[in-house]
Ligand binder design. Structure first.
Ligand code: NIG
Ligand code: FE
Length: 407
């Protein structure tokens, strides 16, 4: 929509349409605002006087504030929905990144160094770190984000990470099956299957109350199809929705397993056979692509065009984590997806908003429509195309979550 207006009330969108047709806001008593949304002569941001939402003060004892924002020709899009992050961790792996850029390959095993740093960090350290990431997400226009566990890998540490993640989001994923921790690895430890026993037993019991989802890293160097299936089925039996890390480092069983279990999403999808693409196309499973990973591991980008042309629902997410993709910027992901993955700007913005919502099986975020949360991002640009057209430029002018400015 051009020259559009949008009304939100109590954090929910109530009307959207051409600005000329916007309902008049009720003028407040005394000093209140009578500016309409989109009023070209209005102030860029007017804090109207506190007014009663209704004339009946007994029914509405808390006065509402009417706030009018004139976007002045700038584009407003839904806040980004980042459906895949790993934001509770200690330390970082800048040295590993530098070594990779000097030619070393990415391996799933690097996860274990973050596990050690995370176990050593206090709750308050992890909480402060997480709060910093949330500010970073908001500054980049993200209003809904998922957070995975997976750097604890003991019952107590995984439960702690799930609890800390739950302090900042409803979308918590239990990823005890991230990698087999060092103390379980053969030849000295009891082995991968014994670790899976722990994940589907005591660890799941401790984490499920904080989580909405279960995930497994089904990949060479992590968990095979049988082990991943055990974890995902146990999570599902405990009431969690299913998501899968699959087909990141090579073709493998992840996508087929995800589709068979009706996972909400299978993430990475970098190496896909024709059969994988066909399976996804006939399923309710979203393919979530994570361009930051291929950027930061120097692997070939996934082929979004092939998936979209086959009728697959595609989402974009940051996968923000200290190993394979240390970016929290959805605009960056959009730019790469457009430049290198065959997506149009409109497809990429859709994938980063409505697509992310689909990957979380939600319709209350990721779109500007009446009834959805007023999670909005205003760009310092006249259209969404600029997100890809002006890569690396901070284009997020302002972001609202539930109608409240967050960055
Ligand atoms: O999504 N693939 C598995 N897990 C993360 C990487 C985690 C790490 O390298 O620390 C990912 O890429
Ligand atoms: Fe991941």
């Amino acid at each position: 929509l051009r020259d559009a207006a949008l009304l939100a009330e109590d954090g929910v969108i109530t009307w959207i349409g051409p600005s000329a047709e916007a309902p008049e806001l009720v003028a407040a008593p005394a000093s209140a605002s009578d500016h309409r949304v989109g009023d070209p002569g209005g102030p860029s941001r007017q804090e109207a006087a506190e007014i009663a939402h209704s004339m009946d003060d007994t029914a509405h004892p808390h006065p509402h504030r009417i706030e009018v924002v004139d976007a002045r020709g700038r584009a407003v899009i839904p806040g980004f929905v980042d459906s895949h992050t790993h934001l509770v961790f200690g330390g970082d792996r800048a040295d590993e990144f530098a070594a990779r850029m000097a030619g070393r390959a990415y391996e799933a095993g690097g996860i274990r160094s973050t596990v050690a740093a995370t176990r050593a960090a206090s709750d308050d350290e992890l909480r402060a770190r997480l709060a910093g990431f949330v500010r970073e997400l908001h500054r980049h226009g993200t209003t809904t984000f998922e957070v995975k566990t997976g750097y604890g890998l003991t019952v107590a540490d995984e439960a702690r990470l799930a609890r800390l993640a739950r302090e900042v989001t409803d979308e918590v994923t239990f990823l005890g099956a991230h990698v087999v921790p060092a103390e379980f690895r053969e030849p000295d430890g009891p082995g991968a299957d014994a670790y899976v026993d722990l994940v589907v037993g005591e660890m799941l019991v401790a984490c499920a109350p904080h989580a909405r989802w279960v995930d497994a890293f089904c990949e060479r160097g992590a968990f095979d199809a049988a082990q991943s299936r055990r974890v995902l089925e146990a999570g599902r039996a405990a009431g969690l929705g299913v998501r899968v890390h699959g087909n990141q480092l090579g073709e493998g069983p992840g996508v087929r397993l995800a589709v068979e279990l009706d996972a909400a999403s299978v993430d990475h999808c970098t190496y896909l056979s024709d059969a994988d693409v066909a399976a996804l196309a006939g399923s309710g499973t979203v393919a979530t692509l994570l361009p930051g990973v291929e950027f930061s591991t120097r692997q070939p980008y996934p082929d979004a065009r092939r998936l979209i042309d086959a009728g697959v629902t595609v989402a974009l997410a940051s996968d923000c984590n200290p190993g394979s993709s240390f970016t929290s910027s959805m605009p960056f992901c959009i730019a790469v997806a457009v430049r290198d993955m065959g997506m149009t700007p409109a497809e990429a913005v859709w994938a980063a908003t409505a697509g992310g919502a689909a990957a979380l099986r939600r319709t209350d975020v990721g779109a500007l429509r009446p009834g959805a949360f007023a999670d909005l991002t205003m760009l310092d640009a006249t259209s969404h195309v600029h997100l890809a057209y002006r890569p690396g430029v901070p284009l997020i002018a302002e972001t609202w979550k539930d109608g409240v400015p967050v960055g």
